[in-house]
Design a protein around this ligand. Structure first.
Ligand SMILES: Cc1ncc(COP(=O)(O)O)c(C=O)c1O
Length: 451
């Protein structure tokens, strides 16, 4: 079988090294860089670096490429749109792709109620704007977020984000009125507790925290990632989400689903929250929505979205025509039931392969988890203590890259290997990627002296 990966130099090759050296001379080190390779072109699940090496991409632009790199329909739509109208500014005038995309998302988002959609450019902007809208509607200030959350890097979304050292160190003070509650991380429950008991404890903890941490009458919105992304691919248990929904209903709080990473087919459904049956008042999505173009969308109940005064929302580039046509084409692909079925199949294959690896290395792979094809494995020094092993995770990411597979880490402790392949990849590419992961795990186990 012809393999996708083709390495013709060492990794990184000389051209990558030279390009990265230029980057380091021209850009600050604070701009994160997870691999030392420089890319020339990409299509589907394959990327070609500046030395002519072909890699399989299981990072997918950190979950931005559900429809793969340079999908033909997205490229054609961007090219045609570029010849007609690249930018107008939706504050200045209206154009069809903007309206069509809003109409489309209104009809696709969960909830049997009238909706309105607003566009922004990034996940952080979307989440920040969700807060503005929620405060405007409820005339309250408090925002509840959870342990392990990642909502972005603006000052307000940084206040909402967990993981102090990597994301927040030295950048404070942060926006006030953000309250953090515990999240039911099933892996890190006390050894003597069942999953059910741990979820129940967190359900009771919600009531407790609405007394001990903040009064519900002060809270505008509860913001939840249905699958915690950067925090380590932790699906929110459905029973706990249902309780959150009930408490929000009881106290007039808006439930905001941050589906920036988990949305757009990444879990085998258009929105991850659909797995639970819980309907949020507002859903924010981005990443795979744009087929690679920067665009985010906030879709919410009409009466909530209409609360801010005319002129209170928007931005120069929000709903850019190129991004809108790209998103319309990406949605054509993602909303095809065959695409979502295939995404689920990919998830099943990946999960099976990861569980085989866990059975082989039970002392290293503490947990395999996720939802559909949004999957990660958490690496630990000891499965009994669950002590996180960040260095082993970095070693796995480095080892897969040496063999031609791009993977990245996640997790509050940076000790999860997360897999976000394009969901358009072929069976052969999927098998090859998982084979490489398996070989790379064996490399790392040998190097760490665990074999
Ligand atoms: C769940 C979630 N929310 C928000 C963001 C922020 O998105 P952006 O990087 O586009 O600002 C991310 C980015 O990874 C995310 O995963």
């Amino acid at each position: 079988m012809h393999s996708a990966i083709r390495l013709v130099t060492e990794v990184p090759g000389p051209n990558s090294r030279a390009m990265v050296a230029r980057r380091e001379a021209a850009m600050p080190p604070g701009a994160a860089k997870l691999t030392p390779i420089a890319i020339k072109s990409a299509h589907g699940a394959q990327v070609i670096d500046v030395d002519g090496n072909t890699f399989l991409d299981f990072a997918g632009g950190i979950g931005t490429l559900a429809v793969g790199h340079t999908p033909d329909n997205v490229v054609a739509a961007i090219q045609a749109q570029a010849a007609e109208l690249i930018h107008m500014c939706a504050i200045v005038a209206t154009y069809e792709p903007l309206v069509a995309l809003a109409e489309r998302l209104n009809s696709l988002a969960p909830g049997d109620f009238r909706k309105r959609t607003l566009f922004m450019n990034s996940g952080a902007e979307a989440l920040e704007t969700c807060v503005h809208i929620s405060r405007s509607y409820t005339r309250r200030q408090g925002i509840v977020v959870f342990d392990g959350a990642y909502h972005g890097r603006s000052n307000l979304t940084m206040a909402m984000t967990s993981k102090f050292n990597l994301f927040k160190k030295g950048f404070g003070p942060f926006a006030p009125e953000v309250y953090r509650f515990p999240f039911p991380n099933l892996y890190r429950r006390p050894a003597e507790m069942s999953e059910e008991a741990w979820i129940d404890w967190h359900i009771r903890q919600l009531d407790h925290n609405f007394m001990a941490v903040v009064d519900p009458s002060h809270v505008a919105a509860v913001v939840i990632e249905p699958v915690i992304g950067e925090g380590g691919f932790l699906p929110a248990p459905s029973a706990w989400l249902r309780r959150l929904r009930a408490l929000c209903d009881q106290h007039g709080i808006l439930l905001v689903a941050d589906e920036v990473q988990s949305g757009m087919g990444r879990t085998g459904k258009l929105f991850a929250i659909e797995h639970s049956g819980v309907v949020p008042d507002i859903v924010a999505t981005a990443k795979s929505l744009g087929g690679g173009m920067p665009i985010s969308a906030i879709i919410g109940r009409a009466e909530v979205m209409e609360a801010p005064h005319p002129g209170g929302l928007g931005g120069t580039y929000s709903g850019n025509p190129l991004a809108c046509v790209a998103a319309l084409k990406a949605l054509d692909t993602i909303t095809d039931s065959a695409f979502l079925k295939r995404a689920t199949e990919i998830g099943n294959v990946m999960r099976e392969r990861l569980l085989v690896l866990q059975a082989r290395y039970p002392s290293l792979i503490g947990d395999v988890r996720g939802l559909g094809p949004m999957l990660a494995m958490e690496l630990v020094k000891d499965p009994a203590t669950r002590e996180p092993w960040m260095e082993a995770t970095q070693a796995v990411n480095a080892a897969t890259l040496q063999r031609g597979l791009i993977t990245i880490r996640a997790g509050l402790f940076s000790n999860c290997v997360r897999l976000l392949p394009p969901l358009t990849l072929t069976d052969a590419e999927l098998k090859e990627g998982m084979d490489v992961l398996e070989l790379s795990m064996a490399d790392v186990v040998r190097t760490l002296g665990l074999a």
